[in-house]
Write a protein of this length. Structure first.
Length: 199
């Protein structure tokens, strides 16, 4: 018998979950786990990311590392940090998160979401409620950058965090090229492109 394993993500949706139950699940599963949680006013999504999802997440992290290095920005990478507020009954664990300007404030500046499967919970309203300034949503081969402006997210062509560079179009192009040239060469090529944009 042949069993086909899912290739991107597995997710489970639970309804009528209290905030206390959500907190207990976080506590009992601990920080060293492979599941990610999103909680929105009683609805809990438990997602298990698989290889293609994690691969692109890590490539995006490398691109951000290159950006902060070349633009001489301070950064604190916090991975799938749990962001939550009981008063809003919302919580989320992004694929990756970064403090760049607001480290003293208890929310990241930038989060990455790699979307391979349709989530029953739209995470943008959660990030909006938490006040996250910038969200990158990558659904191969398309990336969309959202910037927080006047209490709503505005789709942007460039990244406000990174000098409004046209990353919406360029990042997917470089990610696709990694399949031909490899990750190391892709990052070298991205760095060269970045230098031409900022010199």
């Amino acid at each position: 018998m042949v069993i086909l394993a899912p290739t991107h993500t597995n997710s489970v949706i639970l309804h009528h979950i209290s905030w206390n139950t959500f907190e207990r699940i976080l506590l009992e599963t601990g920080g060293d786990r492979h599941h990610r949680f999103a909680y929105n006013q009683g609805i809990l999504e438990i997602m298990t990311p698989l290889m293609p999802h994690e691969h692109n997440k890590r490539l995006l992290e490398k691109i951000i590392d290159t950006l902060v290095e070349e633009l001489n920005l301070n950064v604190k990478s916090t991975g799938s940090l749990t962001c939550k507020r009981e008063d809003l009954a919302r919580g989320v664990e992004p694929d990756s998160s970064f403090y760049i300007q607001n480290e003293p404030i208890m929310r990241p500046d930038l989060v990455i979401e790699v979307d391979y499967a349709s989530s029953s919970i739209d995470k943008l309203p959660i990030y909006l409620a938490l006040g996250v300034p910038e969200v990158w949503r990558y659904n191969e081969p398309v990336m969309q950058i959202y910037s927080l402006s006047e209490d709503k997210y505005i789709p942007c062509n460039g990244s406000p965090t990174f000098a409004n560079l046209p990353l919406n179009t360029e990042v997917p192009r470089f990610l696709a090229s990694s399949l031909q040239v490899g990750e190391v060469s892709m990052i070298k090529n991205f760095r060269s492109w970045l230098k031409t944009q900022t010199s």
